[in-house]
Design a protein around this ligand. Structure first.
Ligand code: ADP
Length: 154
């Protein structure tokens, strides 16, 4: 299935000059960037986005760390893109994430772990709606589509 998923390039990557590096990885894999913007996250949006962590003792710290600088939010499209992008990020803890994953290669931390990626198709839809307006996501056919996929995959 062709899917769209959300990536947030977190302040830990913005501050370290890794925005391009992260986007480069997705592009080289053959995923399509179909929405991208820099934005300052608010308390309100983070309360929704990290609602599943609201009772954890480190919740305030995570929220604050996501507001230190603007972030870059991306909509990424591809065949089974939700799982692929999530796997490319690696485990939450950068010290445990496999080498070759984004967190494994660029992070030494649980909290300062470079990117957020949606973890299911359902959450991807919800999260894209949370961070993007409809008109900020673009539909266009990449010219190399038939060299990225066989006909039965698209
Ligand atoms: P993931 O981002 O891998 O889906 P979670 O949804 O569990 O992980 O957590 C969201 C984010 O909160 C993590 O990416 C990380 O930045 C931060 N976080 C999670 N657990 C901890 C922790 N124990 N201590 C500090 N920060 C944490």
């Amino acid at each position: 299935m062709m899917e769209k998923t959300l990536v947030i390039i977190k302040p830990s990557a913005v501050q370290r000059g890794l925005i391009g590096e992260v986007i480069h990885r997705f592009e080289r894999k053959g995923l399509q960037l179909c929405g991208m913007k820099m934005m300052q996250l608010s308390e309100e949006i983070l309360l929704e986005h990290y609602a599943h962590l609201a009772q954890r003792p480190f919740f305030k710290r995570i929220k604050d760390s996501m507001m230190v600088t603007p972030v870059v939010v991306c909509c990424i499209k591809g065949f089974e893109a939700v799982r692929i992008v999530h796997d490319m990020a690696g485990k939450t803890n950068g010290r445990e994430a496999a080498m070759g994953t984004i967190r494994g290669d660029f992070s030494m931390s649980v909290q300062e772990n470079i990117i957020h990626t949606s973890d299911s198709v359902k959450n991807a839809k919800q999260e894209l709606d949370r961070f993007f307006k409809e008109e900020e996501i673009f539909e266009f056919e990449p010219c190399g589509l038939h060299f990225l996929y066989a006909n039965d995959e698209i």
